[in-house]
Design a protein around this ligand. Structure first.
Ligand code: KG4
Ligand code: ZN
Length: 337
């Protein structure tokens, strides 16, 4: 069964053809990131305008690369939320038009559930399992009983994990998105040099990252750094690398503590990580070490499927359709969870 996935929840416009939920036949991702960089974050209006311009060619390219025609497609899976309102509307409207014009069934897919699925594109994971999704917009722990039965067991109370990387990178005078910049700088720093911590939450499975971002800011101010102006920081690269390494390590410590606690509390020894932050090498290394210590199997997506993509959407859509789930032209976007 051939599924065309469409994903437009943030700045990417993505389309992919996946066969039977696992064989990726084509995968196309266009990003409008370069148009947002100078603002230091995603501007929703720019994102949706670029998506409107590119969605037709991105879908056409995904079909062309797969050497297929629309008439070969058995199902369209499309992200309907959470995400940016205007961006979601572009993807969902386009999918509805294809569905109406070609009589192809359509299925709305939850963006976070598709991030969970990204690990299943390259791993066989026995159900049920625990999943941690760490992205620019979310930090959530899920109990995955089945593809269509996913329970949220914890989420961030303030900033998302990727958002914390982005904000700290901005404070340090680095680029956007911040995760890869922090990761690179952290390699040169000492992760034990500065003692940061993530705020406690009432529920042990929830997260809070806004406090640590403020702590980084205070740490720099206490050292007499002006928070604006790159050059000052670069002349003190040793110290800034220590800040980046200590911040990154503290965030990873928190993610590890809560994810493995969720595994133990639910008596599960399978943990799948997804979302943009899962591309981080230090995170992968630390989770793998801890998994070996605790006799838990940890699974990661391939790096290219950590970021937003449509293969994870098409893959999940296949399984849900098999469970008789289907949407229709009344499908509406749901920007907020
Ligand atoms: O999943 P994603 O592509 O988009 C959302 O659904 O939000 O995640 C983007 C986030 C950004 O906040 C970015 O800084 C973070 O993932 N990220 C990383 C790394 N690569 C991307 N964070 C830490 N380390 C990385 N190597
Ligand atoms: Zn995402």
């Amino acid at each position: 069964m051939l599924v065309l996935g469409i994903e437009t929840s943030c700045d990417e416009t993505a389309a992919s053809v996946v066969e039977n939920g696992e064989k990726i036949i084509s995968n196309v991702v266009a990003s409008s990131l370069r148009f947002h960089k100078r603002y230091g974050g995603i501007i929703p209006e720019i994102a949706s305008r670029k998506q409107l311009e590119t969605i037709t060619s991105v879908c056409a390219l995904a079909l062309k690369k797969a050497a297929l025609d629309l008439k070969d497609i058995n199902l369209i899976g499309v992200t309907y939320g959470p995400g940016l309102l205007g961006s979601l509307v572009v993807g969902v409207s386009f999918a509805k038009a294809l569905s109406l014009g070609r009589g192809i069934p359509i299925l709305g897919i939850d963006h976070l559930h598709s991030h969970i699925y990204s690990s299943l594109l390259n791993n066989k994971i026995k159900l049920p399992f625990i999943s941690l999704v760490v992205s620019g917009g979310h930090t959530s722990l899920f109990y995955v009983r089945d593809h269509g039965n996913i329970k949220l067991i914890g989420s961030t109370q303030d900033d998302a994990c990727g958002e914390a990387f982005d904000k700290v990178a901005k404070i340090l005078g680095l680029g956007y998105p911040g995760g890869p910049y922090i990761e690179r700088l952290a390699k040169k720093g000492d992760p034990k040099k500065i003692r940061f911590h993530c705020s406690n939450t009432r529920d042990p499975f929830d997260f809070s990252f806004s406090g640590i971002k403020t702590a980084v800011l205070s740490c720099l101010r206490n050292r007499g750094f002006q928070v604006k102006g790159k050059s000052k920081f670069y002349s003190n690269e040793g110290f800034i690398s220590d800040v980046a390494a200590s911040f990154q390590e503290t965030v990873i410590d928190t993610l590890i503590k809560k994810s493995f606690l969720a595994c133990r509390a639910n008596r599960l020894n399978r943990l799948a990580i997804g979302g943009g932050v899962a591309a981080n090498n230090r995170l992968r290394e630390r989770f793998s070490q801890e998994a070996a210590n605790q006799n838990i199997n940890v699974y990661f997506p391939l790096r290219e499927f950590c970021m937003d993509n449509a293969a994870m959407v098409a893959g999940l859509a296949y399984h849900l359709f098999k469970e008789n789930k289907v949407s229709d032209l009344n499908l509406v976007v749901r920007p907020i969870v």
